[in-house]
Design a protein around this ligand. Structure first.
Ligand SMILES: Nc1ncnc2c1ncn2[C@@H]1O[C@H](COP(=O)(O)O)[C@@H](O)[C@H]1OP(=O)(O)O
Ligand SMILES: [Mg+2]
Length: 419
């Protein structure tokens, strides 16, 4: 009761000061103005204020519902269904490898997963655009490949029929499959709702038998807002230790397969990536890092994607003696978001390479919502609103907020020494 009286007094006082600030702004001292902000944020707490406080400390309270529920559910189900398809290809001997015009690897799994996910998005949100990594050009030319992908697409189903319905059920024809694939040709941009999709991120890891991820993010006016990542080869246990075997022993399927989700302002979660209905998700958060020298840092397996030498120099300047954990794909973002690792370093190798938005958008939401910060290697915010690539950025650094500045200072030192 006394608390209620105090709150109504505070409310009256806030309204009074608000009225003075509107009609006689010059009468309001800076102190009173600060008090007004404190009072209004206490009485009408903003989602961001709540998140900042809760993201570092895990809580068992359910996440508040504040919009994008349908987007998150559709994205989780779409990624879950596409992951069933990628697992089929992963288990096959040849893994259905094809070669793309830029000589990067692609598999029938990439095409099938993209078609399934875009069909799901277009069923639920027909007006939305999609920036997808693949298109249907190769499949239109090659009947044999097209048939292989079609067989995969028809076979990938969720066990839960209500869930299947939410994402539009099976794709009806080969033509619909090709149309879905081609619906990923959006050029991106600063306005509206645009999904960024990497059907198999870390294709090299996928082919090597390591980590890979099915990644989907919704960007709203250029801001990554919903992020979902399926990691079929990560341990379900969020607390499983992260060591160098993580990128190598993925053939052992016991206890593996995680589905991560996050919505801006609402936190991040994980749950098992099984075929059935979505399960009760667990809230995830980054680990506190009281001493950065004890941090675990992750980097690409491929030396061509991220400079192992620069990453090692940064780790050494931070006093980190543990060797890096190398793994492919956005499984790195997911792993630090759940506190299995701490820092993700992606120092550019080539000056000309432009990072693709589908390689980062989902991971960025996950890390931010788990209490972390992500920028490029110079500390610049990643700009997802200028097209299919992050052309105004170089490299990526992700770390818990508390140590972020310390890390980025050292990254800049190492980069500046090379200039
Ligand atoms: N030179 C490069 N620098 C950074 N990333 C690259 C480079 N070449 C390819 N990639 C992308 O890195 C991603 C995988 O990253 P990781 O090393 O973290 O697993 C892939 O999506 C791949 O894109 P692509 O699929 O076009 O080959
Ligand atoms: Mg990729």
């Amino acid at each position: 009761m006394p608390a209620q009286i105090a709150t109504s007094r505070q409310l009256l006082l806030a309204l009074l000061i608000l009225a003075i600030s509107l009609f006689f702004p010059s009468l309001l001292s800076r102190g009173a103005s600060r008090r007004l902000t404190q009072l209004t944020s206490h009485i009408f707490p903003s989602p961001t204020t709540n998140r900042a406080a809760s993201s570092i400390l895990p809580t068992n309270r359910p996440l508040p519902k504040m919009g994008y529920e349908k987007e998150l559910e559709v994205a989780l189900l779409a990624v879950q269904r596409a992951s069933i398809l990628t697992k089929t290809v992963y288990s096959s001997h040849s893994k259905g490898t094809l070669s793309k015009s830029d000589s990067s690897p692609v598999t029938i799994g990439d095409f099938g997963a993209q078609a399934l996910i875009i069909a799901s998005i277009k069923h639920a949100f027909p007006e939305d655009d999609v920036v997808g990594e693949e298109d249907a050009d190769d499949l239109r030319k090659n009947e044999q490949e097209r048939n292989l992908v079609w067989d995969l697409v028809q076979a990938a189903k969720l066990d839960d029929s209500a869930a299947e319905d939410k994402i539009g059920g099976p794709i009806q024809s080969v033509d619909d499959m090709l149309t879905a694939l081609d619906n990923g040709r959006s050029n991106g941009g600063r306005q509206g709702r645009i999904w960024a999709l990497d059907p198999i991120d870390g294709t090299k890891g996928f082919l090597r038998g390591g980590q890979y991820a099915v990644c989907l993010a919704l960007m709203v006016d250029g801001v990554p807002t919903v992020g979902v990542i399926g990691c079929p080869n990560l341990p379900i246990d969020d607390k499983a230790p992260l060591d160098s075997s993580i990128g190598a022993d993925a053939d052992d399927k016991e206890g593996k397969g995680v589905l991560f989700g996050a919505v801006k302002g609402q936190g991040a979660t994980s749950q098992p990536l099984s075929k059935g209905a979505l399960q009760q998700s667990r809230k995830i958060s980054m680990k506190a890092v009281p001493d950065v020298s004890q941090a675990t840092f992750c980097e690409s397996v491929e030396a061509g994607h991220s400079s192992h030498g620069d990453n090692a120099a940064i780790a050494s300047k931070l006093g980190i003696t543990k060797s890096s954990v190398r793994m492919d794909s956005q499984a790195k973002y997911a792993s630090i978001a759940r506190g299995a690792g701490d820092i993700y370093l992606r120092l550019p190798v080539s000056k000309s390479y432009e990072e693709k938005i589908w390689d980062h958008a989902a991971g960025v939401v996950l890390v931010q919502e788990a209490g972390g910060q992500v920028t490029d290697a110079w500390g610049k915010p990643l700009d997802f609103g200028i097209g299919r690539t992050l052309k105004d950025n170089k490299g990526v650094v992700a770390a818990p907020k508390d140590v972020f500045q310390q890390v980025i200072n050292v990254v800049k030192e190492v980069l500046s020494a090379k200039e």
